[in-house]
Design a protein around this ligand. Structure first.
Ligand SMILES: [Ca+2]
Length: 319
């Protein structure tokens, strides 16, 4: 009598395993691309250029706060920091905004220029060709944790072609501009008569005026990653890829998307290394199993001259 039970148990296990495999398969890179096509291209009404002292910006009052967090070692130690009042873009800088800068100035971004072999002898020729680092969602991974399974250096990737030469910006004017390097955003900010936020400014603004200690939960009002990175992207927040700016409830100051969507540049050198900058806020790729950096106090190092498809910025005006 035991045999049918064993057969039934084997069948159940087989069906569950097959179901799980099918689920992983259907939520891999191909399915994510299909889902992304159905997502909205605009969330926020444009701000009139004639409105307010600094159109499109939000005033953040000065204050003193305990900067840092306790999840990853690089976030500590917690320390008291004071910040003066300043204005900050209410959204990440968009493709349309960056395009206006390029149209007015003829600026050519770092990712659009070949690297000089004399200044970058450590790189192979294919890495010196103009391009950027692009996230390409794999259909499966081998479990080694080797990030080259989902990050690829793609020649021809730049702000106009964020995922490589075959991609463009049609209909994506409201998306945050990405694959811009530190020199690019400095040029944009200078053209606007503005600055790039310091890490302290950025983190203070991202707190949104909250006086309570920040929690460590995955936020609901942000574009992050639900599921197992990098193979299972459930898209429960409405987006499997990048979102247009302003799709989620703004923070207490009225600023959108400080957390999630794209990482954002700051002016701070990382650990005193001028070749690396601190980036903040996490991105749509941050998942509980991989990158719990969807928090104001989280931080990461980024090579200043390396453009990436999950990294954008916003500007500030200092008083
Ligand atoms: Ca998402």
């Amino acid at each position: 009598m035991a045999q049918p039970k064993i057969i039934a148990a084997v069948l159940v296990v087989t069906f569950v395993a097959a179901g799980a495999a099918a689920f992983f398969w259907t939520t891999g890179g191909r399915e994510a691309s299909r889902l992304a096509k159905a997502e909205p291209l605009r969330c926020l009404a444009p701000v009139s250029d004639s409105a307010g002292a600094h159109p499109g910006m939000v005033y953040v009052p000065g204050g003193t706060f305990e900067m840092g967090d306790t999840v990853y070692p690089e976030e500590g130690p917690l320390r008291k920091v004071s910040v003066k009042g300043f204005w900050i873009d209410r959204t990440e800088v968009t493709n349309d905004e960056f395009a206006a800068f390029v149209a007015a100035t003829g600026y050519v971004t770092v990712a659009e220029r070949d690297l000089d072999a004399a200044t970058h002898p450590e790189l192979p020729p294919e890495m010196r060709a103009a391009g950027a680092v692009v996230f390409v969602m794999p259909n499966d991974v081998d479990g080694s944790g080797n990030i080259t399974q989902w990050w690829q250096y793609i020649a021809g990737a730049n702000w106009r072609h964020p995922a490589g030469p075959q991609t463009g910006l049609e209909g994506r004017g409201d998306f945050p501009v990405v694959t811009v390097a530190a020199a690019d955003i400095a040029a944009y900010a200078a053209w606007k008569g503005r600055s790039i936020p310091s890490e302290a400014q950025w983190e203070w603004a991202a707190r949104g005026g909250a006086v309570t200690k920040p929690d460590h939960d995955q936020p609901k009002e942000a574009n992050s990653w639900q599921g197992i990175f990098p193979v299972l992207n459930a898209g429960e927040d409405g987006f499997v890829g990048l979102a247009p700016v302003g799709c989620y409830t703004p923070n207490g100051y009225g600023i959108y998307d400080m957390i999630g969507n794209v990482w954002e540049w700051t002016t701070d050198a990382y650990d005193g290394d001028a070749k690396q900058r601190v980036i903040k806020g996490g991105s749509y790729l941050c998942a509980p199993n991989y990158c719990m950096r969807y928090r104001a106090g989280a931080r990461q190092a980024q090579e200043a001259d390396l453009a990436a498809s999950h990294l954008g910025f916003r500007t500030v005006v200092n008083e």
